[in-house]
Write a protein that binds this ligand. Structure first.
Ligand code: HEM
Length: 116
């Protein structure tokens, strides 16, 4: 399940960057399709994440909350970019959130170990 979880958010990140580049090229139809698939992957991230959750106390609760927030930040960047508004602040939130959630995910006891 850990691998399924990692696969879903890696694919979501790739789709997110594809969507950003399609928007820059003004490819409206492909953009719509990619963002629709991206939203499906949000659901898969949450489903696989919840299946891994032993409970929502302590670090696991923080991990789950951060994960959901990161999904929110992805949507913020896409939404602001689509409206032609400045998304600088949303990008900063996204990068900080992403680093935090990956760090916390890896430091929690299940799954792949990096470091000591
Ligand atoms: C974009 C969003 C997310 C990212 C980038 C992310 C990233 C990660 C990473 C890197 C791991 C560590 C995998 C490993 O140890 O091999 C992990 C594990 C986990 N994630 Fe997520 N995650 C996200 C969203 C979520 C959500 C929404 C939830 C819950 C609703 C969640 C719950 C969990 C749980 C319970 C684990 C297991 C932690 C452990 O190793 O003990 N994640 N995630």
């Amino acid at each position: 399940m850990t691998h399924a979880h990692i696969t879903t958010w890696v694919i979501a990140l790739i789709l997110f960057f594809v969507a950003i580049s399609l928007h820059k090229k003004d490819n409206k139809r492909p953009y719509k399709i990619v963002t629709m698939i991206l939203r499906l992957f949000y659901v898969l991230i949450i489903v696989t994440g919840v299946m891994l959750l032993p409970g929502i106390t302590g670090s696991y609760g923080v991990k789950a909350l951060l994960g959901v927030l990161v999904i929110g930040f992805l949507e913020m960047v896409l939404g602001l970019t689509k409206k032609g508004k400045s998304a600088g602040f949303a990008w900063i939130l996204l990068i900080i959130g992403l680093i935090a959630v990956i760090y916390l995910g890896l430091s929690l006891p299940m799954g792949i170990y990096i470091g000591s």
